[in-house]
Design a binder for this molecule. Structure first.
Ligand code: GTP
Ligand code: MG
Length: 220
């Protein structure tokens, strides 16, 4: 089925949904397969867990690998990390039929009353975006290895996400990606919304941590 852009819940769609239960700010993290979403979630948990109450929902199609990784890395207590097995296209579970994700988020909200819930989407294509019925804000992640023309091509994730993260900057020179151009192209399509360049594996992600903190009323 083809979606019109305004069906995809980006661009102020938050106002069309009833308020969420609990005080938690729900932040969706989407982007193509392997761009570094789980690595970003791990880094955010490590950076914020001592000052904020954090919980995580992960999405995988067939496995619980991302949740297993986060638990193995002990980024949060085990019970604060919940896996949703979508069994279908990742974008369906975050945009069209959000029930399983909504249940997972609300269970965490009821149990822990967290300040922030991070919802990692399964890796998907450039058109995958979250319903604002599920999240309050969304981060879209792309990486230099996925091609430096990706930001120029735009699309709802790149253009509409509340924060765009261009990750794996450390790999830019190795794959011939011009990171500066990626950032400039992103700026052109993002209408003033922020973009962060990161190398989650090798550098602190201060800009992203500050952005998340700014979304959380108790931390701002
Ligand atoms: N060099 C480099 N590697 C990275 C960086 N961020 C993540 N990686 C690596 O990229 C691979 C994929 O990272 P993940 O965090 O699993 O990516 P993902 O987007 O969660 O993947 P899916 O959930 O399968 O879509 C892992 O081997 C990470 O260690 C980075 O900034 N630089
Ligand atoms: Mg992942």
């Amino acid at each position: 089925m083809l979606h019109r852009l305004d069906d995809q819940d980006l661009g102020g769609g938050a106002h069309d949904h009833p308020p969420h239960r609990g005080r938690a700010v729900r932040i969706g993290i989407g982007g193509p397969v392997g761009c570094g979403k789980t690595a970003l979630v791990a880094a955010l948990c490590r950076a914020l867990r001592d000052e904020l109450s954090v919980a995580v929902v992960t999405n995988d199609i067939y496995t619980t690998e991302d949740a297993d990784f986060l638990r193995r890395e002990a980024v949060l207590p085990t019970e604060r990390i919940v896996a949703v097995r979508t069994g279908c296209c990742p974008h369906t579970a975050i945009r069209d039929d959000i029930t399983a994700n909504l249940d997972a988020v609300e269970d965490l909200v009821d149990q822990f009353d967290p300040d922030v819930v991070l919802v990692e989407s399964g890796g998907d294509n450039l058109t995958a975006t979250f319903s604002y019925g599920l999240v309050d804000r969304q981060i879209f992640v792309v990486d230099t290895a996925g091609g430096d023309d990706v930001p120029r091509k735009g699309g709802p994730g790149v253009a509409g996400a509340d924060l765009l993260v261009i990750n794996k900057v450390d790999l830019g020179p190795l794959v011939g990606a011009d990171t500066e151009r990626m950032a400039a192209d992103a700026e052109r399509v993002r209408d003033g919304k922020p973009t962060a360049l990161t190398s989650v594996r090798t550098q602190p992600i201060t800009e992203v941590v500050d952005w998340v903190r700014a979304q959380v009323p108790v931390a701002a």
